[in-house]
Ligand binder design. Sequence first.
Ligand code: BTN
Length: 229
Amino acid sequence: MATPYDIDHLAEVGSTQDAASQRRAASGRATLVVADRQTSGRGRSGRVWLESDTAMYSSLALARPWPDDRLTLLPLATAIAVRRALAALGGVTVDLKWPNDLLRSGRKVGGILVEASGDDVVIGCGVNLTWSRPPSFAIAVHDDDANAIGARQLASGWVDELLRVLDAGPDDWPRSEYVDACTTLGSQVAWDGGTGLASTIDAVGGLVVETSTGTETVIAGDVHLRADL
Ligand code: BTN
């Protein structure tokens, strides 16, 4: 049975990551914090998270659900969960960029941040819901405000999907669903250790890359799509 969790919906917060972590520490229960605005939202590698006109900012704090050597799967499992929720609630199809980005029309519509803290993990997700003047690299789920999905509805939707995936266990995560939705595959990628053609995703969420010297697997870190390769 899926983990029960508390929900706290706030108008504004610094970062839902911190708020969820603090509430879980106080209650001892899994906690989802949803906010309509963040004043100091953060992305991976300490990057600032840009605010769209309306957005869903959400973080789920819970006990580490899987063994530590499978926690690399959490961003991917979460991406699948958010993708499913957007399809079910808004009829919107998003693509996935390994390991933590959600894309619409090739532009970033959402991102995932997984942070470990003691025996817990905090799984954060931000999705741009509406944005009248987005920067060139970003986009919102909806082109206008009409019928926009509610932040709380989307947050509960992805968390419920994720908890089902977590319950199934790390050996049964929906790898083929991820592979089908992942636009990184078939692209030339560059990372700190080299360049090559991204070919597939392995059982623990690593990106398998064909390089000039053989097959390599990238587990973490930034991978940049390079059109010039
Ligand atoms: C990334 O693309 O680098 C990950 C972005 C994650 C942003 C979300 S918004 C909700 C949660 N709270 C934060 O401060 N960050 C995550």
